[in-house]
Design a protein around this ligand. Structure first.
Ligand SMILES: N[C@@H](CCC(=O)N[C@@H](CSC=O)C(=O)NCC(=O)O)C(=O)O
Length: 282
């Protein structure tokens, strides 16, 4: 693991890293905020998955999360949003697919399947790296994210409730099988057979869960978000939660758009939400 840069921040340390990923088959970058409490004992960990066009830097620079993570003693981890420099033809052709748009799944279709394995990368390799190389509480991990990453957080948590104890999202792409971004990504990464999409669609997963996620789920959505009606579809996830008996708090906020001004307005709430769960013994 190579340290790219390190910065003192709210009494802790903001770091940016690169490592050779066996899962992805290429170098991957990620960022970690270590709160001051991590200097004396292992701390809970909160993964953040960013949205389309973002990198491992976006959240750490724009969300203002470190102030609250330092107060609560929570480590923040943000991976990049896809493999980079894959050499795959078309991977840079559009901003909503390919590089910067890995959708946190394991692709099954050529040519994407060789490198686009963000689901396994985060669940296994990056999590192990964090637990082994940082003062992290291995059994006390939460996850949240924004848009494509809010959806990725929901999928990772719903499929792995034994790994992720808490989950929340800002403006997630809540039902990707039913929106253009999701259909483009799933069709190319997973193939035309929509049966293969079910395990990566949070709304469908919710309907198929043997039992609800053990904790309440928090989602915040701006009503001035230009992507809301066509791409995000939170009402579908809300209906699925109601049908499945899943406790969900979905808050709709007048005027807020899809960007980081919205996220930075509500980031304090999300850190407090995760602290309430991660602050109790598992
Ligand atoms: N280029 C696009 C806008 C792309 C965009 O809004 N990306 C969002 C995530 S969208 C869903 O995953 C984002 O978080 N961008 C990073 C940022 O710093 O804001 C367009 O032309 O509309």
């Amino acid at each position: 693991m190579e340290l790219i840069s390190e910065h003192a921040c709210f009494g802790g340390t903001q770091g940016f890293y690169r490592h050779a990923s066996a899962e992805i088959g290429l170098p991957m970058r990620f960022s970690v905020f270590q709160p001051p409490q991590a200097k004396s004992a292992p701390v809970p960990v909160l993964f953040y998955l960013a949205g389309l066009t973002s990198t491992e830097e976006t959240f750490m620079i724009k969300a203002g999360a470190q102030r609250y993570a330092a107060q609560h003693g929570i480590m923040l981890v943000a991976p990049d949003t896809s493999p980079r420099d894959t050499g795959i033809a078309g991977a840079d052709a559009s901003w909503d697919f390919g590089h910067g748009a890995g959708f946190y799944l394991d692709a099954t279709q050529a040519p994407w399947a060789a490198h686009f394995r963000m689901y396994s990368y985060i669940l296994h390799e990056l999590r192990q790296t964090i637990v082994q190389k940082f003062p992290a509480q291995a059994g006390n991990i939460g996850i949240f994210g924004h848009s494509m990453g809010g959806h990725g957080a929901l999928v990772l948590a719903l499929r792995n409730p034994d790994v992720f104890r808490s989950v929340s999202a800002f403006a997630p792409i809540a039902a990707p099988s039913h929106c253009p971004w999701g259909q483009k990504a799933f069709g190319n990464y997973l193939g035309a057979d929509q049966a293969a999409w079910q395990d990566y669609d949070a709304t469908q997963l919710m309907l198929n869960l043997p039992q609800p996620f053990p904790q309440e789920i928090l989602i915040d959505q701006g009503l001035g978000d230009k992507f809301l009606a066509e791409q995000l579809l939170p009402e579908r996830f809300e209906a699925a939660c109601a049908q499945a008996g899943q406790k969900l708090t979905l808050r709709r906020h007048a005027a807020y758009d899809h960007g980081y001004y919205f996220i930075s307005t509500l980031i304090e709430d999300h850190l407090a939400f995760h602290q309430r769960i991660l602050g109790t013994a598992s």
